[in-house]
Ligand binder design. Structure first.
Ligand code: GLU
Length: 425
């Protein structure tokens, strides 16, 4: 339900958490969730906010804000990434933490959901400043995190480097070696083979599963991928390897179109050599970033930011299939339009669950102290993603609804079972 109305015709959600609750309410109604369980899920279990005074390289102290929200631990320790970005705030972290609860349940992992972040622009910080900030945040959260309590991971603006710093600070506070306190660590420090590409791989597997349902041959379809970071670049590469012609790619520096298909290997090599940016790559003509979303392709993969598919964009979308690599790329208002247009949307909480699935495998390997080959990881991942896809598809069919609501219903069934079985005080 829209939470706020700008004028009579233009409903908007200016709170991301309200947008999550809007979907939850609709799914809860279709599924018949009890008001008591719905009320538990509307209220995150724990919200922590810390201030982090950091000595900058110039000798001056800057105070940063750090957040961690644990939405639910009903199905297991809470799981979710840590984001470094300027828009990190209570509301965003709360919304993303709830999505993690649903994402982990859809992926059938023994985890609850959490999210954290630091309000900062990591591109403007030096290596030393980033390390001090990450370690200060970890020390502040030392009693929140734990391999059997709350397990962070990378998210926007963070990666293996930050996770290695996090483990180091956590180990020093707790005086031991606790690799399972976080996932997404570098391989060699308890990280899992296949973790880096896992979210993109999940997007590829979900795309192939959806194409199969639509009787479309991956070798005959075209796609546009928004975002060329950890998710978008691997998704474009892996889809391309399956024969999909990638006609548009883009990042925060440039968006490119080539109707004959972009040479993804060349784009990856270019970005690698140019600070992970596509600007200057000549494999396509430059278009506006919104034009990528409405491009004449079969499959659209938004794998960058939230709220990019608005009503205006949705009206003009030509793709038959949208695979949400990013968290929350589609607004609830755009959802309604896409549904009317019969565009199949494979929702974020299913489509980008490959990352947290391999995070779970990393955590299992850490607990065992025994490590798997990349093939083993990928095989287990693909089986898990296909099972999650089928489960969501079947629930969507059973409840005669969209895949997004089918995914929420899949999650609600599991979380409701957990809440009822465990009981309350
Ligand atoms: N940050 C990623 C996500 O949003 C991964 C979370 C994890 O691996 O715990 O799914």
């Amino acid at each position: 339900m829209p939470t706020k109305t700008k004028d009579a015709t233009e409903p908007i959600h200016d709170s991301m958490f309200d947008a999550v609750l809007a979907r939850l309410d609709v799914a809860a109604k279709i599924y018949g969730l009890s008001d008591e369980v719905a009320n538990i899920l509307r209220n995150p279990q724990k919200q922590v906010k810390v201030s982090l005074p950091i000595m900058m390289d110039n000798g001056k102290v800057t105070v940063f804000e750090g957040f961690r929200t644990i939405h639910s631990t009903v199905l297991g320790p809470s799981k979710g990434g840590i984001r470094y970005a300027m828009d990190v705030c209570d509301d965003e972290v709360k919304a993303l933490s709830a999505w993690m609860t649903f994402k982990c349940a859809v992926a059938n992992l023994p985890y609850g959901g959490a999210k954290g972040g630091i309000k900062c622009d990591p591109r403007t910080l030096s290596l030393g400043e980033l390390e001090r900030l990450t370690k200060a945040y970890t020390v502040s959260m030392a009693d929140v995190f734990g391999a059997n309590r709350d397990i962070p991971a990378p998210d926007m603006g963070t990666g293996g480097r930050e996770m290695a710093w996090l483990v180091d600070a956590y180990n020093k506070v707790h005086r031991g070696d606790f690799p399972g306190v976080t996932t997404g660590k570098p391989v060699g420090l308890g990280g899992s083979l296949g973790r880096d590409a896992a979210t993109g791989r999940g997007v590829m597997v979900a795309t192939l599963a959806a194409l199969k349902k639509l009787n479309l041959d991956s070798k005959k379809v075209t796609a546009a991928v928004q975002g060329f970071g950890n998710v978008g670049s691997h998704a474009a590469r892996l889809l391309n390897e399956q024969g999909v012609k990638i006609c548009a790619i883009g990042d925060h520096t440039v968006t490119l179109w080539n109707e004959n298909g972009i040479d993804i290997k060349a784009a990856l090599a270019f970005a690698k050599a140019n600070g992970n940016m596509l600007k200057g790559f000549t494999g396509g003509v430059e278009i506006k970033s919104a034009e990528l979303l409405t491009a004449n392709v079969d499959v659209l993969v938004p794998a960058a930011l939230q709220n990019v598919i608005t009503e205006e964009i949705a009206i003009n979308i030509k793709a038959k299939l949208i695979i949400e690599g990013a968290n929350g790329p589609t607004t609830p208002e755009a959802d309604a339009i896409l549904q009317e247009k019969n565009v199949i949307v494979v929702p974020d909480i299913l489509a980008n669950g490959g990352g947290v699935t391999v995070s779970y495998f990393e955590w299992v390997q850490n607990q065992y102290g025994h490590y798997w080959t990349e093939d083993e990881v990928n095989t287990k991942h693909d089986a898990s993603m296909n099972a999650a896809f089928d489960n969501v598809w079947n629930n969507a069919e059973q409840y005669k609804t969209t895949m997004r609501l089918g995914a929420y219903i899949t999650a609600l069934k599991k979380v409701e079972f957990g809440i009822k079985a465990k009981g309350t005080y």
